[in-house]
Design a protein around this ligand. Structure first.
Ligand SMILES: Cc1cc2nc3c(=O)[nH]c(=O)nc-3n(C[C@H](O)[C@H](O)[C@H](O)COP(=O)(O)OP(=O)(O)OC[C@H]3O[C@@H](n4cnc5c(N)ncnc54)[C@H](O)[C@@H]3O)c2cc1C
Length: 375
């Protein structure tokens, strides 16, 4: 395994649970990349319809995940409300809701008159909200470490501070990886290196159409508990939640700047002011809140905003899981499960054909989303 983010750690855990012998190499620390920067939204609503079956299955796993991993994940199933503020959006929202309900999601339209009861403090300018009660949020760093610790308990060898710098191959087979600490032979290689996966695969001559995203997060000072749901928006770049400490986490895709080589990312002043203004416009209790910390994460972004999952065409024993495009944390339990099923049993329990790297083959018509929610 290459990569100690939430996806790599989940895959390692699930592979070990199915009896595989696994070594995981992480160049820095567990949860150092996107997973340590994540907003922690655990959401089905607003997914690309190709991704929704995975999200539904994943959220079912979240219900008992803390117990399974024997760790506090700060998971709260408080619901997710996507706010609608323009008459245009409201007029066209019903088919968007219907498509998700038809796919199995519990999603309801809450009219303006009922919003203050559901969300005390909501701005009177909000016209409606689409409410999915089974969505929620969790702590992404704790979850990533919990997968890593559970994997270790099952015998996975986790090597932090150990960057993979090369691969050994024989024809179309990977036979080993090269690290700064030496070489290790392997029967199979899974690359789950987030935005750095492109460089890993390029060494093998595989082109990943993955770009680097740099979404920004704001953490406020703590306040008394006032918000149970995660708030998203049909029109704004917004994801807003109150975490266990009482602090608000504000994100939603406001961009910062990232440098992949150094692994550093920096906020933009205009994104900080824009993000705060968006949150304050819809949720009155934030009108005078102070900012405690701002950071930017480095995320792998695909052209169609859904991940690349599974076996790499042309190779006998190479798999990839990357390109989660700002919403991979929620999927981590099911992605670990289905990749391990594909590798150990030869067949995943969820059809992964929509996520193959081959969808980007030259000349293929990639289905681009109109708008995919962040977080
Ligand atoms: C600011 C922000 C907010 C987000 N909010 C949400 C949200 O609310 N809900 C949600 O579902 N998702 C959210 N996401 C997305 C989610 O966090 C990511 O999709 C997910 O964490 C990706 O995990 P990963 O393991 O694929 O990648 P990463 O966490 O980036 O892990 C990749 C790891 O690979 C390591 N690595 C790279 N190259 C090598 C190498 N050569 N050798 C060894 N190790 C290597 C890196 O050091 C890194 O630790 C958010 C992301 C960001 C950045």
């Amino acid at each position: 395994m290459v990569g100690g983010g939430v996806i790599g750690c989940s895959i390692a855990y699930h592979l070990a649970r199915r009896g595989a012998t696994v070594a995981l190499f992480e160049g820095r620390e567990i949860a150092n990349g996107a997973s340590g920067a994540s907003a922690g939204g655990v959401r089905q609503q607003g997914r690309d319809l190709r991704e929704l079956p995975l999200a539904l299955r994943s959220i079912a796993r979240w219900e008992t995940l803390a117990e399974e991993l024997d760790a506090d994940l700060e998971y709260v199933r408080g619901g997710h409300v996507r706010l609608v503020e323009t008459a245009d959006q409201l007029e066209t929202i019903q088919p968007w809701i219907d498509a998700q309900v038809a796919a199995g999601l519990d999603l309801r339209l809450v009219p303006q008159s009922d919003l203050p009861e559901l969300i005390p403090g909501i701005s009177p300018g909000v016209l409606a909200g689409t409410y999915s009660p089974t969505d929620g949020h969790a702590n992404a760093t704790l979850t990533t470490r919990a997968f890593a610790n559970a994997a270790k308990r099952l015998g996975v060898a986790i090597h932090t501070g150990t960057r993979v710098i090369g691969t050994r191959r024989s024809g179309e087979r990977i036979t080993g990886v090269v690290t700064g600490a030496g070489e290790v032979a392997c029967d199979r290689l899974v690359v789950a290196a987030g935005a750095w996966s492109t460089a890993e695969m390029a060494r093998l001559g595989v082109v990943l159409p993955v770009e680097v995203g740099a979404p920004q997060m704001i953490l406020t000072e703590p306040m008394a508990p006032v918000l149970r749901q995660v708030l998203g928006s049909a029109e704004r770049k917004l994801s807003l939640k109150q975490i266990r400490s009482g602090q608000f986490l504000i994100g939603g895709g406001w961009p910062g700047d990232a440098d992949l080589d150094s692994g550093t990312a920096t906020p933009r002043p205009s994104s900080i002011s824009g993000s705060i203004a968006d949150a304050q416009a819809v949720f009155a209790p934030l009108s005078s809140v102070a900012i405690e910390r701002v950071w930017v994460g480095i995320e792998a972004q695909t052209p169609d905003a859904i991940p690349i999952l599974g076996a790499v065409p042309g190779w006998d024993n190479l798999d990839v899981a990357t390109g989660f495009s700002g919403h991979g944390f929620a999927l981590s339990p099911i992605v670990g499960q289905v990749i391990s099923e594909a590798i150990v049993d030869g067949a995943p329990s969820v059809d992964l054909s929509a996520f193959g790297l081959d969808r980007f083959a030259q000349g293929a018509d990639v289905e681009r989303p109109l708008r995919i929610d962040a977080g």
